[in-house]
Write a protein that binds this ligand. Structure first.
Ligand code: BMA
Length: 383
């Protein structure tokens, strides 16, 4: 049968030669930068690349820890309250770990965070971690932009301190294991929003060379020295103008597995502007991703308090339509109704004005929640 069908297909296509040499999907798959990566990290990385063509995993920061008007309730999630399932991607931040603090900068206990990551992994969610670390020179927070990058490089006065911090981070990341004792893959996104101007590691406060060295040193310590073979390194910018601007502080393909950017819609009146910004930038990022054969992501986004009742289909679905990316993560749901100032949330909750529209958005079969990821993962295997 095969022999008969193939010549027929060749007749149907003028370029018969091209038809017969069309690469198999698996030929286009990139391997992780770390040759010693665990089987589950390699499998996830493979899946991210295959799925990106057809699906976008929908994620949420701190989803299991708290939501609008609740905190630390077993297995609760604002998303699950709406769609009956958890987000496909769970975002966590380990800022504060470097101080040996038992809670992160947003009051999530690290012991709970580990459990949330394990639970999420069981039901299909993928975990991603960022790090709002303190300024190692002043002891201030991440937003203290006093110059510090050079000081933590080898030879710098804060290098030893930085290695101590990394060591605590490595202990924690290495402790995120499944029930068989295997490390759960983590999309690690250090030194995020590097093209911004608000963190001490951002472009205006760090020379290109120093930033690249910082990245490589961090990677080498965690991967080569501490053998955290479950980490997938995600490069992340804030807003950017061009491909060149996106890649200005890029440390090199051998130190990065995935590329991403963060961008928020600042105000409901900026909808048109934001929609076209996102279309243009995801498409630019995807061009870079295609050149590098790497998956891409919108690693943080959102419209605070979502006053736009059709934002999910009218904006998010609209910009993702022709610009598929492997995941999109919405920022945290911190908020108590009695204090309007502290309504700092980016995903709807039951009764929120955009909740119905969000449910509609998630009905699009291209948008994945945790169960969808589990279902797809069960079907896929590294060939
Ligand atoms: C910012 C805000 C802060 C938070 C920080 C780290 O965008 O949400 O309130 O402390 O992220 O999660």
């Amino acid at each position: 049968m095969k022999n008969i069908v193939l010549p027929l297909i060749c007749i149907a296509f003028a370029g018969c030669k091209n038809a017969s040499v069309k690469p198999l999907e698996t030929d286009l798959i990139r391997s992780l930068s770390n040759p010693a990566a665990t089987a589950s990290a390699r499998q996830l990385y493979h899946n991210l690349q295959v799925w990106q063509k057809d699906y976008t995993m929908v994620g949420h920061q701190d989803d299991l820890a708290y939501g609008v008007e609740w905190k630390y309730e077993y297995n609760r999630s604002d998303i699950k309250d709406l769609i009956g399932d958890y987000p496909a991607v769970l975002g966590w931040d380990i800022g504060g770990l470097e101080l040996n603090s038992d809670k992160n900068l947003d009051q999530v206990p690290f012991d709970s965070m580990r459990v949330y990551m394990q639970r999420g992994h069981e039901w299909g969610s993928i975990n991603t971690v960022s790090w709002h670390l303190r300024n190692p020179v002043t002891g201030g927070n991440s937003w203290d932009t006093s110059r510090a990058v050079k000081n933590i490089l080898p030879g710098g006065d804060k290098h030893a301190l930085y290695i101590e911090w990394l060591s605590v981070v490595a202990d924690f990341l290495g402790s995120v294991k499944d029930e068989k004792g295997e490390m759960i893959p983590i999309l690690f996104r250090p030194y995020h929003e590097l093209t911004g101007h608000w963190f001490w590691w951002c472009k205006p406060f760090a020379d290109q060379n120093d930033f690249v060295q910082l990245w490589k040193m961090t990677y080498d310590y965690l991967i080569k020295e501490r053998k955290l073979n479950h980490l997938i390194f995600v490069y992340n910018t804030a807003e950017f103008d061009s491909k060149e601007a996106f890649l200005l502080y890029y440390p090199g393909d051998e130190y990065v597995d995935m590329i991403s950017f963060d961008a928020y819609q600042h105000g409901v009146e900026k909808q048109v502007q934001f929609l076209s910004y996102m279309k243009e930038k995801i498409s630019l990022m995807n061009e870079i991703g295609a050149e590098k054969n790497m998956p891409t992501a919108v690693a943080e986004t959102g419209l605070e308090a979502i006053p736009d009742t059709t934002w999910w289909t009218g904006t998010v679905q609209a910009f993702l339509k022709d610009n598929p990316t492997s995941y999109i993560l919405f920022w945290r749901n911190h908020g108590w109704k009695e204090s309007l100032q502290s309504m700092h949330y980016y995903m709807p909750y039951k009764g929120q004005v955009s909740a119905d529209n969000f449910v509609k958005f998630m009905q699009d079969e291209k948008m994945l929640s945790a169960k969808d990821v589990k279902r797809l993962a069960n079907k896929s295997n590294i060939p």
